[in-house]
Design a protein around this ligand. Sequence first.
Ligand SMILES: [Zn+2]
Ligand SMILES: [Zn+2]
Length: 339
Amino acid sequence: MKAALIEAGKGVVVKEVERPAIGRGEVLIRMVACGLCGTDVERIRGGYGVGRSAIGHEAAGIVEEVGEDVKWLRRGERVVPHHHTNCGDCYYCLNGSPTMCPEYRRHHFDPGGFAEFFRVPEFIVKRGAIYKITERLSLEESSFAEPLACCLRALRRSGLREGWRVAVFGIGPMGALFLELLNSLGNEVVAVDIRPSRLRLADSIGVRAVDASKADVAEELRSLTGGRGADLSIVATGSSSAILSAIRSTRNGGTVCLFGLPPKGTKVDQDFSDLLIREVSVISSNAASEDEMVEALRLLEERRVNLTKLITHRFPLERFEEALRTFESGEGMKVLITP
Ligand SMILES: [Zn+2]
Ligand SMILES: [Zn+2]
């Protein structure tokens, strides 16, 4: 079978490999669609350090084979597997940090979601972190479950309230998901970016867009919120200037949620007394748990969010390199890999 894999010193290589053999309790999935995500690109480009080489986690597909202990799944069923899951009973799991569970990142797809077939390890299967998809939903749409779940968790951690005005900094694929999600929740949203194509996208979603290359964003947000600033600012980019701008644009007592991963070693020049005096909370949100996966799939199934319009490119596995270049150029929005 074909798979896109990271090879030391070469970046990503598409090659023929053995189809993974599955053991008891494991499941083999035939990939139908797998979204390309910023963290995949970080891994490929080496920004994340060594030892984290599996790529492709926003996958949806069809069950090809089940291990003998797996009674609840059948060959031919359409599914979305979650690439990581927590154990449910360690200190972190019991204290509200499931994505910090030591088991969470230990288990993942083999060889990864960018492969014709991939194996889901027993730990994930046992935890029930493979979701059956009804005919109402296409597998392409279902591949948005994981990124949407990450957005849901960020909003939950931020304590989002009805009526809050939210600023989203960085309208890449994740920023666009936030816009759609917040729109569907009925929160007023302002999108902040510097690329004209992304500002136009925000416009087409029906969201007010602020061009950070031209306007004083904090000033602009205050003028839109009766002089206060955003109740919540989500930073869906790793840009340090966006982080600083988000802090300045957030109202007294408001929250800044760091969501986009900055390059390793990023430092920002921020006066911390300002955070305390203005009681601005800076929090972060990393990945998603099964609660949010279930919620994300419900929103997709009930057509509360429509994300297929965000798909701008589809590339078959053998054109992975081109998919990567398209993603990095920023010209597209959601880039999907297909078999
Ligand atoms: Zn992702
Ligand atoms: Zn745990």
